[in-house]
Design a protein around this ligand. Sequence first.
Ligand SMILES: [Ca+2]
Ligand SMILES: [Ca+2]
Length: 240
Amino acid sequence: MVTVINIVKKSLACLALIGIFIALLFSKLTSAYAVPFNGTGGFSLPTTIIDFESFAQGTAQPSNTDLSISAEFPGAPAGSQASGVVVRSQGFTQFPNIFEGQYYGFAAANYFIQFNGTVQEFGMGVFDPNFTGNVLVAYDILGNELERVTSDVDPEFPTGSPGGNFSTFVGFSRATADINRIELLVSGNDVLGIDTVTYSPLQAASSVPEPTTGIVFLSSLIGFQYVRRRNRAAIKSSRL
Ligand SMILES: [Ca+2]
Ligand SMILES: [Ca+2]
């Protein structure tokens, strides 16, 4: 009988260890699939594109049912729209499907894309980054930073010479739909605009734990049960 109990105990301990191992492996695998990218070819899912052509020129905060776009000057109180940052005509095609026709800008401002849910993949054209230190950041619904690329530092965010001759398409592909907000934060020296805001299907924001969280929880539970049973057995045997 004692042998059987020992076998059961050992099995439970093994299960707990296997659970933790799977959880660690799963988190490694999913993080490996979360990547920044450059160019419009980084999407694996169907996309919606906001090219700003359908918005009236002068629109300060363009939006649709999925998202809203706004801009603020660095250091300005939160929620104070940067004056002069609006949908405007650009008048030529710089790079097709990246920066052409109407766009949103053009100022030394921070740009925000707030989703009414979450998306797995995001990218957009950034007009005329010229200096080191502009950053594109993705946040989850709790405000945790998910991804970040820096201009002139990370290869996914290149820069061109000043003069309005350059634009680039920068994005993130995540393992799950967890992007709730995008911020393009301007470096001290630069002036930026955005176009071709592109994103995968919007998911309803959910507070349900992700699979990894579930596995960790389950393995913790198994481990906890094992320890509790072992303690009970120890108490019983000490009473004998
Ligand atoms: Ca456009
Ligand atoms: Ca610039």
